[in-house]
Design a protein around this ligand. Structure first.
Ligand code: GLN
Length: 190
């Protein structure tokens, strides 16, 4: 049961995630210190700049607390947050958490000016397509066997889960469609 959702508030789009949770009436906090994780059952890592978030995770001593957190709790990562959840090989500025068994190619759809909104189909809701906003989005380059695809864009996975953790290449926190946040809460509560 999700009692409280933490939104990692080190860099990026954390306010928009908070707004979505507020609309859904879900108890939430902006997480700025590792001890605040203890109060949460789900952590959202927002979009932003994955290298900056990675650095802030280490600077603020979050890495081990997050690894302890995932043993019994879920994480939802969007865009840069998805990159951090991945097992993508360590580079100079980026040390992903390796929480899920997939890799990404960063900035695979071009730069900020090449941002776009496209329709994706949600596996779990066929009533209406989802208008997904891609901003310097990553592309999945390897998908582990245990990973399920929940949404697809041009034959590549746009939303995935390993049954416990969730990740989107796009930004479901921007706009007014709350279905993705709602679905994740329901899945974790089930
Ligand atoms: N391309 C960014 C990165 O690599 C992610 C962009 C985003 O989160 N919108 O961190």
């Amino acid at each position: 049961m999700v009692r409280k959702v933490g939104v990692l508030a080190l860099q990026g789009n954390y306010i928009q995630h908070k707004k979505m949770l507020d609309i859904l009436g879900i108890n939430n906090i902006l997480v700025q210190y590792p001890r605040e994780l203890e109060k949460c059952d789900l952590l959202i890592i927002p979009g932003g700049e994955s290298t900056a978030i990675s650095k802030q995770i280490d600077r603020n001593k979050f890495r081990q607390p997050i690894m302890n957190f995932v043993e019994t709790n879920s994480i939802f990562g969007t865009c840069a947050g998805m990159i951090l959840l991945s097992s993508t090989k360590e580079t100079n500025n980026l040390k992903s958490l390796g929480v899920m068994d997939f890799n990404v190619e960063r900035n695979a759809y071009g730069r900020q000016v090449n941002s776009f909104t496209e329709i994706v189909q949600l596996e779990f809701d066929s009533t209406d397509n989802f208008n997904a906003l891609f901003i310097r989005a990553p592309k999945v380059s390897y998908l582990g066997k245990g990973i399920k695809i929940l949404a697809t864009y041009k034959n590549t996975p746009a939303m995935i889960t390993d049954g416990k953790h969730f990740a989107t290449t796009f930004h479901p926190e921007i706009g007014t469609d709350v279905r993705i946040h709602k679905y994740i809460m329901e899945k974790i509560n089930a």
